[in-house]
Design a protein around this ligand. Structure first.
Ligand SMILES: Nc1ncnc2c1ncn2[C@@H]1O[C@H](COP(=O)(O)OP(=O)(O)OP(=O)(O)O)[C@@H](O)[C@H]1O
Length: 505
């Protein structure tokens, strides 16, 4: 073959194969071009080495003469003698007379089918064997050496193309797995944050839920305020799953939990090498929330410098990853929450007033539990049922006097504290009657909380945290679990209240 026509053929093979990702279509095209333009073979096959290097599989069923004795599925390398030889030696093999190789396990069935000669070429990619290509003839062509030379040159290109197909198939598999997992998790979340799991009977909460019903589908920012544990996060998810964006993601950014120096990259993402420690590319949370809802918890804790950047995103609806000039369009609904007084923060120059007006189109203030004690019975009943199911034990039976006592307590940690208290009751009194006496004895350690004296909310939170930490031997992970808050949030609160941890010294 002339050099020019060789190069032309290599180019033709490349152009015909490069966009074919389906192994069958790829192999059909390849087998056809080889047969018409390179060698009129009687059998053609490609085998792929498995990752353990012990077996080979056919990339696609062999073409031409069928050999029933040769397994179409996985074959141990020992059985696939020609593949084994070229893969192990990383060099081609031309067999002019197969009879001379009849002691190789796979050769006798070939001879039986009338095949007399063969060319086997290893497929090497990045210096590692990927598999092999085989061409068999009933009558050896006179230019068998020339055919082999051409196939050796083509084999490098072929190995690269096949490697791409294998990577593409693996990526598709991963994408398929992740999208199925995503649908499953979204459905599960959706179930969890259904309105009918948000328990209340008070008029105050009914009015709030009626309002939420009206504004959920309006694509405008909402600011939810209220003490810790009142259900701001829960309500934000209800709004999301009741909105037209429910099939997008609900992305929560817990501002106190993010170290200041990582805030910007957390929000906007970064390119590999954009700064020290940026060892890989990262998609930011804002990008993740595209077509969904972005929820900023404790937005008052967002670093001041980033507040103007967020404002810009809200106005321009575009972002740039750190270290990347490309513009990324984003479209999300913003919900923010805070238990701090943002107007006071504005006065102290800690929060931008222009951002405040932007995020506070609708404001929902969730009242503390002590101001809606009518909600306590339904909350106790349902939380007790749900947690007993999780703990795999019988729910306790709360008497009227028990409920009445629970309504007298001031619940500084609100529903989160109520949940944690009920789990304690379940563990100790599962399946039994729980009257005011049992409640009192569980509270006896908590006397300091039980009094409704002139204690500030901040002090109450500190005392409550201290109590939980003390009971758990100052183990932060364990305490955070009981409080049902992330470990980082607890760590933040510990620092905020300057709580001394004896085991950290
Ligand atoms: N009305 C409700 N019905 C059932 N569970 C509720 C209700 N409100 C809150 N909860 C539960 O109480 C716990 C605390 O709620 P959530 O995390 O939404 O509070 P939060 O106000 O966002 O707290 P923080 O300010 O500390 O982040 C969660 O486990 C939540 O599921």
């Amino acid at each position: 073959m002339e050099i020019e026509s060789k190069n032309k053929l290599l180019l033709e093979l490349n152009n015909a194969l490069i966009s074919k990702y389906d192994p069958k279509v790829f192999s059909n095209t390849l087998a056809e071009i080889i047969k018409t333009k390179v060698a009129h073979y009687d059998r053609f096959s490609i085998t792929i080495l498995d990752p353990e290097d012990t077996c080979v599989n056919y990339f696609n069923s062999p073409y031409g003469i069928e050999i029933p004795e040769i397994d179409q599925n996985k074959r141990n390398l020992m059985q696939a003698s020609l593949s084994q030889y070229v893969i192990k030696n990383k060099r081609p093999l031309i067999i002019y007379d197969l009879l001379k190789y009849s002691n190789w396990p796979s050769v006798p069935p070939m001879i039986k089918k009338g095949l007399k000669s063969a060319i086997s070429i290893p497929l090497i990619h990045r210096e590692a064997p990927l598999g092999s290509m085989h061409i068999y003839f009933k009558n050896a062509p006179s230019n068998i050496d020339e055919i082999s030379n051409f196939l050796v040159v083509f084999s490098k290109q072929l190995a690269l193309l096949i490697d791409n197909i294998i990577i593409h198939a693996k990526d598709q598999e991963k994408i398929d797995f992740l999208s199925k997992q995503n649908i499953y998790l979204q459905n599960k979340e959706q179930q969890m944050y259904k309105m009918n799991k948000f328990y209340f009977t008070s008029k105050k909460m009914r009015d709030i839920l009626n309002f939420v019903n009206k504004i959920a589908i309006l694509d405008v920012p909402v600011l939810i305020t209220g003490e810790t544990g009142t259900g701001k996060d829960f309500l934000a998810r209800i709004i999301h799953y009741d909105s037209l964006r429910k099939n997008g993601m609900f992305v929560k950014i817990s501002c106190p939990a993010i170290p200041q120096n990582l805030f910007e990259s957390e929000l906007f993402g970064h390119n590999k090498g954009a700064f020290t420690n940026a060892t890989s590319q990262k998609v930011g949370q804002i990008e993740l929330a595209n077509n969904g809802t972005l929820f900023f918890d404790e937005i008052g804790d967002m670093p001041f410098t980033l507040q103007s950047k967020l404002l810009e995103v809200l106005q321009e609806k575009i972002i740039h990853r750190i270290g990347d000039n490309r513009t990324i369009r984003v479209n999300f609904r913003l919900i923010s929450a805070t238990n701090s007084d943002l107007e006071e923060k504005i006065r102290r120059n800690e929060f931008r007033s222009d951002l405040y007006y932007r995020i506070n189109v609708f404001n929902i203030n969730i009242p503390p539990l002590r101001e809606r004690i009518e909600d306590i019975p339904i909350l106790v009943d349902n939380i007790s049922l749900e947690y007993s199911k999780i703990f795999n034990c019988k729910p306790p039976k709360f008497t009227e006097s028990a409920i009445k006592l629970l309504q007298e307590y001031n619940w500084p940690g609100n529903i989160r504290e109520l949940e944690s208290f009920i789990s304690k009751v379940i563990v100790i009194h599962s399946g039994n009657k729980v009257s005011s006496n049992e409640i009192k004895s569980l509270f006896s350690n908590n006397d300091k909380f039980f009094e409704k004296g002139n204690i500030t909310l901040k002090e109450l939170e500190k005392n409550y945290l201290l109590d939980i930490l003390q009971k758990n031997n100052y183990n932060i992970s364990k305490s955070a679990k009981i409080l049902n808050i992330p470990r980082t949030t607890l760590q933040y609160k510990i620092n905020k209240h300057k709580i001394f941890l004896p085991n950290q010294n």
